[in-house]
Design a protein around this ligand. Structure first.
Ligand code: SAT
Ligand code: MN
Length: 582
């Protein structure tokens, strides 16, 4: 019988015949291998060493200036039927997709090394984990995959045992935006990505595998692949509740996942444990609860805005053994970005030019750090638990300057699914395109759901079964602004106050006021002690703008209609009944 390694070998040979590399290197994930790759990248300028005194074993990578974010307009899902990809994805037939990509890959690795990178998404011994192999001609991708996934020999051994793996083929090509595509073939468990070396376009274990392909696999296997952080909230009695929260890219998932409680809470013994900051795979356990793992092993976090005030845990994590991408540097070669607020000044910008504030920011707004999760002071050893952690609450949220209150709770699971499906958020620099435009971003999965959103909502609804013990669902908005355009809620550590209220709700210990959009905290139930909130802030953060919500629900109705008859009746009916109640 042919072993699965035969299948892998065969695929590697096929790819080599197509791409014509000078040599093939199988990656084992060892330190020796990594040291050699780093030395090579340092020699050719791909990685620039940072100050070894302040940032030991840390590097700066400057990507091509046209290659700094995910490219949603060039990202495709290739299913036999267009409707299976849905209006939420760009579509091409698998035959056309393969033909177009193979033409790009033809001979593209001539003179280059082809790296074969086996990886496991999730703890190596977890039944919830899934493996993949990325073939790439970018050593920067290899170094990042080593931090972001369980990469190398152990993953290869699991692939040999298990037989199935996701095939990811990547080449930076010419880094030409006109010859750049990210294509997914869910039926073949395959990804082909050409022409970009950046983040979610190139580290194929991340958005391409762990969300687009995995969402598809999860649907057929009865689990969920979500764009969510996972944190543990420990109360003064030592009990830990796990919370999964979905926010679009660059909306503060990393900050929330690593939150440090405000002074009084810290004194009382509250603590946040970090399991993951971006992706969550969940499956119902024998007790009916959802159990979650973080498929990733590292953080690919947004640098700008990361400071001692906003995220001390992230800052502590990235003092050593970190790859920085597209940040600025100081005169003594330390990484620098807008909002780092450490009294230092940049001299060189992310493009390697002398910093000139009139020209461009020192760090690209989507500049990133790549770092092992274990370097985070709040990292939870439960992140390695093969069973995953039981989820008590699911939180949805977006950037909404107006209308949406600080927090509300869905009445039940079906309502929670509607709350997620109706999510809106202002666009950020994490994807190319205009920043700050409100768009619907259901469950923060708009760029990542590998199939028709209507079917995805149906899949969510299907978890509500006899015997299920599902998490409560909440919606938050940290980004509400006042008439003066300033944020009304302090955010960051103070977001713990909102999490505390949620857990009190889960435990049946806090009151709430029912409204058509969901339950709002009763006055006095969400702890605001020590906060200086104006009357305007209280009204906007905790009130219900009836007229505004009528308009919002009309727009939600129009949005759901875009999915036609595939949209689950339960959601459209609920939308109509909330419209009437408003
Ligand atoms: O570029 S990534 O997709 O890896 C990060 C993000 O946009 O969330
Ligand atoms: Mn993300």
């Amino acid at each position: 019988m042919a072993s699965s390694l035969d299948a892998l070998n065969q695929w590697v040979m096929e790819v080599a015949r197509l791409t014509c590399p000078e040599q093939i290197q199988w990656c084992d994930g060892s330190d020796t291998e990594n040291d050699a790759l780093i030395a090579q990248m340092q020699a050719d300028g791909t990685l620039l060493p940072l100050n070894p005194e302040t940032h030991p074993r840390s590097w700066l990578h400057r990507s091509h200036p046209d290659d700094v974010a995910r490219v949603e307009h060039l990202t495709f899902v290739c299913t036999p039927e267009r409707d299976d990809a849905g209006p939420n994805n760009n579509w091409m037939s698998p035959a056309d997709g393969h033909a177009q990509m193979d033409a790009l890959f033809d001979g593209c690795m001539a003179g280059r090394t082809m790296y074969v990178v086996p990886y496991c998404m999730g703890p190596i011994d977890s039944p919830l984990s899934r493996c993949g192999v990325e073939i790439t001609d970018s050593p920067y991708v290899v170094a990042n995959m080593r931090i972001m996934t369980r990469m190398g020999a152990a993953a290869l051994a699991r692939i040999e045992r298990e037989g199935s793996f996701v095939k990811g083929l990547h080449s930076i090509g010419e880094l030409d935006p006109n010859r750049r595509y990210i294509m997914h073939f869910p039926e073949d468990l395959a990804i082909k990505s050409y022409g970009s070396g950046y983040g979610g376009n190139a580290l194929l274990g991340k958005k391409c595998h762990a969300l687009r392909i995995a969402s598809h696999q999860a649907r057929s296997e009865g689990w969920m692949a979500e764009h969510m952080l996972i944190l543990g909230l420990e109360n003064p009695q030592g009990q830990i509740h796990y919370i999964a929260a979905a926010f679009p890219s660059a909306c503060g998932k990393t900050n929330l996942a690593m939150l440090i409680p405000p002074e009084g809470y810290r004194r009382d013994g509250w603590k946040i444990w970090t399991i993951g900051d971006d992706i969550c795979w969940m499956r119902p356990g024998a007790d009916g609860r959802l159990y979650a793992i973080n498929p990733e092993a590292g953080f690919f976090g947004v640098a700008p805005g990361t400071s001692e005030k906003s995220n001390p845990n992230a800052l502590a994590s990235i003092q050593h053994d970190t790859i920085f991408t597209n940040v600025g540097v100081t005169a003594d070669n330390q990484p620098w970005w807008e909002g780092i607020d450490n009294g230092q000044v940049p001299v060189t910008d992310w493009r390697g030019e002398p910093f000139d504030a009139a020209k461009r920011p020192a760090a690209h707004p989507n500049s990133r750090f790549t770092v092992s999760a274990r370097q985070c002071p709040s990292w939870s050893p439960m992140a390695e638990d093969p069973h995953g952690v039981p989820i008590s609450a699911i939180v949805f949220g977006g950037r909404r300057a107006s209308l949406v209150p600080l927090v509300f709770e869905a009445r039940d699971w079906t309502h929670g699914v509607l709350v997620g499906a109706a999510m809106g958020s202002e666009t950020t620099a994490a994807a190319t395109g205009t920043v700050g435009v409100m768009r619907r971003d259901p469950m923060a999965m708009k760029p990542f759901c590998g199939y028709n959103f209507a079917d995805y909502f149906g899949h969510w609804l299907s978890f509500d079964q006899p015997g299920a013990n599902l998490p409560k669902v909440f919606h938050v908005n940290w980004f509400r602004k006042g008439d003066d355009g300033k944020f009304l809620w302090p955010g960051f550590g103070d977001n713990l106050r909102v999490l505390e209220w949620m857990i009190k709700r889960v435990e049946g210990k806090a009151g709430a006021q029912d409204t058509p959009i969901g339950a709002l905290p009763l006055q006095g139930e969400l702890n605001l002690d020590g906060l200086d909130l104006s009357a305007e802030a209280r009204e906007k953060l905790f009130g219900l703008d009836q007229a505004g919500w009528q308009a919002e629900f009309a727009s939600i109705g129009q949005y759901l209609q875009e999915y036609g008859t595939r949209m689950p009746e339960a959601l459209t009916a609920l939308q109509v009944s909330i419209c009437k109640a408003l």
